[in-house]
Design a binder for this molecule. Structure first.
Ligand SMILES: Cc1ncc(C[n+]2csc(CCOP(=O)(O)OP(=O)(O)O)c2C)c(N)n1
Length: 659
């Protein structure tokens, strides 16, 4: 192994040596503890330490790093107290996740680290958001995100690099190429010879280096970051290396040929570097011994503190309360009585524009939302007023953009992401349900992101431009879901959603965009998230509904003048207004739950179950659910109308009344 010290002073070379010893010595200790059954699992980075260490030491301490499961050197390189790190692995309160997540799955602002979730890939989109925030704030900081070679096949990786390339984001995308993804060798994972070659495809620079040579890693990254801080752009950096142990300890390395193992053993990053330092007189054997003893003591001390603590005593309230970032909404009333007639679409646009005026840390992102104004024209004219930095056309990559929303939150910014159609949210599903929804509960990082979801059928747009998919998210703790059914609510709820520091899915029905209008306040105002509205009072039965269901219920009941029925518009689906439901059930004793979404497993199923459990004694009849047919949404208008529940609503009301 060839070490070129260039102009680096002895102090730097020694600092790198001390830093590379730490992860190795911690790991060696962990492997002993694992055999003694004192820890539960271990993902080894032995053989790969030069990468984490060289990179971390080349960065400023306040530059964000997004490491993976083999990057212990990032954590020790940022001087994280050992006892907290060990406590994190043990799942105790002294760790970083209150015992809620394991191993390296945590972030800390103190150390400017955003740890991975188990899913390979999403960290890249988050890195894009952090780098975007740094760039918008002119911080001249670089963000570094790690990937394994296997993980680069994930779409998230491609999407994030593409976004970073188009937006010139200062990110180094690291690929630790260690020859295997779990047990599967590289030739069964990808065809490229070198990851540096992939840079060409993205229109960015690609560099490939010896990842076992800590000096080469440190020097390459030092040079790169110096340049990227001045001239922001992404770089793809491949670090060639080898994982000397199994994917995790239980899985072993039987699939690796012995010669390969022997070859790489000769390239051990620590032994070789130590030999170089000894040979050149930068350190001597006494220095080595003293340093190792010091680190050993530090490890033992950390362990003795961490191991004193046992697993947390469960407190259900605190588990549940941490799902959302704390926020006490102060409902804002309009400051004047001035009103103008607005269509549903104008109301959303109005709320968005006033939110942009109110929050200068709010960024809008979406496909075609800039000069073009979005496919529904909701952001028309916004670029002129707010500029392209805050009203951003995105490449067609929902996952990276939703991830970027979380990255912006990490840097204290707000974002609104427009899905071109709610249907396409599937592409960003992992980011929403696994990253945005869980990050506050896991490590107290809120996701200050609103995702707008143009939804619903009735436009003869077929199975992929018409879906009501709120139930996919309704089941996910950590998300909020709002769904206005009129222009007044549309404006008040979009403003409220943007104020709320939690991730909010804002469903807007496409059919309502230009078909309904009413006078609404000109001023900025918000409505309470989580509060239903009694649209019409009645005593014979109640219809609990939301979105298009509200309009259908009104229309059908208008055609049934003899029926005295109440309509409750939920407006927020998560968390939904149980008290208003309870009151209305008490009063009417007969309940029909209506929604446009398909019936099975819909929001109505949960509401019915809850009423059954909590209000049974007030019921005079079984709860009736009315939803769309359990099929995909058909294109032909005749079939579509047959699919939707409206045609079955009148008969359902009549049957319920007869019961
Ligand atoms: C999206 C996703 N699919 C599958 C897995 C399961 N898994 C965990 S690690 C791993 C192999 C990763 O290989 P690589 O990215 O090369 O990293 P290495 O383990 O070699 O460091 C797999 C398949 C996962 N965590 N996430």
């Amino acid at each position: 192994m060839n070490f070129d010290r260039k102009k680096y002073p002895d102090t730097t070379l020694r600092e790198l040596y001390g830093a590379i010893l730490k992860p190795r010595m911690i790991e060696e200790k962990m492997l002993i503890l694992l055999r003694q059954n004192k820890i539960s699992k271990w993902f080894s980075g032995i053989g790969q330490e030069a990468i984490s260490v060289g990179i971390t030491l080349a960065l400023d301490k306040d530059e964000y790093i997004l490491p993976m499961h083999r990057n212990l050197g990032v954590f020790t390189g940022r001087d994280m107290p050992f006892e907290r790190l060990f406590a994190q692995w043990q799942g105790t309160m002294m760790g970083y996740t209150k015992g809620r997540d394991r191993s390296f799955h945590f972030g800390t602002h103190e150390h400017h680290i955003v740890g991975m979730i188990s899913h390979l890939g999403p960290q890249n989109g988050v890195a894009a958001g952090i780098a975007l925030a740094s760039k918008l704030k002119s911080e001249q900081k670089v963000t570094v995100v790690f990937n394994g070679d296997g993980g680069t096949s994930e779409g998230d990786f491609h999407e994030a690099i593409n976004v970073a390339a188009v937006w010139d984001l200062p990110i180094i995308f690291i690929v630790e190429n260690n020859g295997y993804g779990l047990s599967t060798p590289s030739h069964e994972q990808f065809r490229c010879k070198s990851f540096a070659d992939k840079g060409i495809g993205y229109g960015i620079e690609g560099v490939s280096i010896d990842g076992n040579n800590v000096l080469e890693v440190f020097d390459t990254v030092t040079t790169l970051v110096t340049d990227l801080r001045k001239r922001p752009r992404p770089v793809l950096l491949e670090c060639r290396t080898f994982r000397m142990r199994g994917h995790e300890e239980a899985s072993g390395t039987k699939y690796v040929p012995k010669e390969t193992m022997d070859d790489w053993a000769k390239k051990d990053p620590i032994e070789n570097y130590q030999r170089f330092l000894l040979d050149t007189g930068v350190i001597n054997s006494q220095y080595v011994e003293l340093l190792k003893n010091k680190i050993k003591e530090e490890i033992e001390r950390g362990l003795s503190i961490a191991f004193e603590e046992t697993h947390p005593a469960p407190e259900t309230d605190s588990e549940v309360n941490d799902v959302y970032a704390p926020f006490i909404q102060e409902v804002v009333s309009p400051s004047t009585d001035k009103k103008s007639e607005k269509r549903y679409i104008d109301a959303i646009s109005d709320g968005l524009r006033q939110s942009m005026e109110r929050f200068d840390n709010l960024v809008l992102m979406g496909q075609d939302i800039a000069e073009y104004g979005g496919v529904f024209k909701i952001t028309e004219g916004f670029v002129k007023q707010f500029g392209k930095e805050r009203v951003r056309n995105t490449p067609i990559c929902e996952a990276a953009i939703v991830g970027a929303g979380l990255g912006l939150s990490v840097k204290g910014m707000k974002s609104m992401i427009e899905m071109q159609f709610a249907d396409f949210v599937t592409e960003g599903f992992t980011q929403i349900v696994n990253n945005l929804a869980k990050s506050h509960w896991r490590w107290a990082q809120n996701s200050d992101v609103v995702i707008r979801m143009p939804t619903g059928a009735g436009t003869a747009a077929g199975p992929f431009h018409s879906q009501s998919n709120e139930a996919w998210f309704f089941h996910t703790p950590g998300l909020k879901i709002v769904y206005p059914s009129n222009p007044y609510d549309a404006k008040g709820l979009i403003c409220a959603a943007i104020e709320d520091p939690n991730p909010v899915l804002y469903f807007e029905h496409k059919l309502m965009y230009r078909s309904i209008k009413e006078p609404i306040p000109d001023d900025y105002y918000t409505l309470e998230i989580g509060k239903a509205k009694l649209v019409q009072d009645g005593s014979q039965l109640c219809i609990i509904t939301y979105g298009m269901g509200v309009l259908w219920a009104k229309e059908i009941l208008d055609e049934m003048p003899g029926v005295d029925a109440a309509i409750l518009d939920l407006r927020t689906l998560l968390p939904w207004d149980k008290e208003s439901v309870r009151e209305l059930v008490k009063k009417t004793s007969k309940v029909l739950v209506l929604h446009e979404d398909t019936l099975t497993g819909g929001v109505g199923a949960e509401i019915s179950a809850w009423i059954n459990e909590h209000c049974f004694r007030h019921l005079d009849a079984p709860i009736v659910r009315v939803g769309s047919l359990d099929t995909p949404i058909p294109f032909a208008p005749t079939l579509e109308q047959n699919f939707l529940p409206k045609i079955r609503l009148r008969a359902s009301i009549e049957n319920l009344l007869k019961y």
